[in-house]
Each structure stands twice: as structure tokens, then as C-alpha cells.
Design a protein around this ligand. Sequence first.
Ligand SMILES: [Zn+2]
Length: 177
Amino acid sequence: MSFDDPNDVRFRPDDDCPIFSQELEDHIVAISRGQAPNVGRFCGNCYTPLSRDTEMCPHCREDVRAGRAPVDAVPDTLLETLRIQRAIEANWVNGFAYLGIIIAATTGLAIVLGVPMFRDSLIWATLFYGVYLLVMSRVLPAILGGYFGDRMGYEKARTKTREAWAEWVAKRDQPQR
Ligand SMILES: [Zn+2]
């Protein structure tokens, strides 16, 4: 499962958090893959990529002239923050996916050992276990990882990201001496 497969719809709640717009996340992913340089024009408040003549940030509504001036690169701290967020999310998704495989293997075994017909016939037991494992080791990881892991990972990761972002903003907005 690729993390950025366009068909892979990931959980994204509307938590009115002005951090990491989809555009910014896409841009950072491109940077980390070496597909884009970290230069351009970015909102000075939320770092969403802006086109040359954009006057108001489409994500946080920051006015380019009256508010914070646009910047020409995404701060390294935020690249790192997103990297950590995605690593946490991936760990949760993968962890739950493995759990699904373990559940598939153990429940299959329990059925084979518990049903008399399978206990008496090695062939039927093997056949059943093979098919059961084939199906369930795909279905359970998809449900557990793709649904529960995705949501829980997002929650955990988002909490950390909010903290890191708040820390960054506090540092950024400190009066210069
Ligand atoms: Zn913005």
C-alpha cells in the first residue's frame, strides 16, 4: 500500500486546524522525494504554496500585503514535523494490519481444530485453512489497518503535529531583539 496512492483515501477530519493544507503536504512530499526543490512562494502564516499573483492565502485567508509577507521556502522545522507525523501514521496503519494477519492465522487455526470434520480430514482442513488465510489475511488488515489504524494514527500524529506547530509559531512570533 503506497501512502500517497491517489486511490488510497485517507482519513482526514475537518478539525479546522490551519496547519498543513493538502497543497503544502503534497509539496513537502514532492520535496522529500526529490521531485521538487524547496523554493517558491508560500503563505507567511500557514506556508501553503501560493501562485505569483495570489493576494490572499486560499487556506488560511492571510492577506499577502496586510498580513505576513510570503516566504520563499518552507521552514525545515515543518518539513521535519510532517515527516514525523507521517511516520507515526504509517506505524499505526502497519501495526493494525499485522494484527489483522495474526487474527486471521489464529482464528483459522481455531476453526480447523474446533470443527470435527476438519479434525478428521487433513485434506479438508488444509484446504479450508489455505482459503481462509488467503481471504482473511487481506480483509482483516484492510479493515483494521485501513480503518482503525488510520484513524487512531491520525489522532496521535495530529496531536504531536499541533504541538510542534504551536512551538514553531511561538518561536517565529517572538519579538526580535
Ligand atoms: Zn495561509
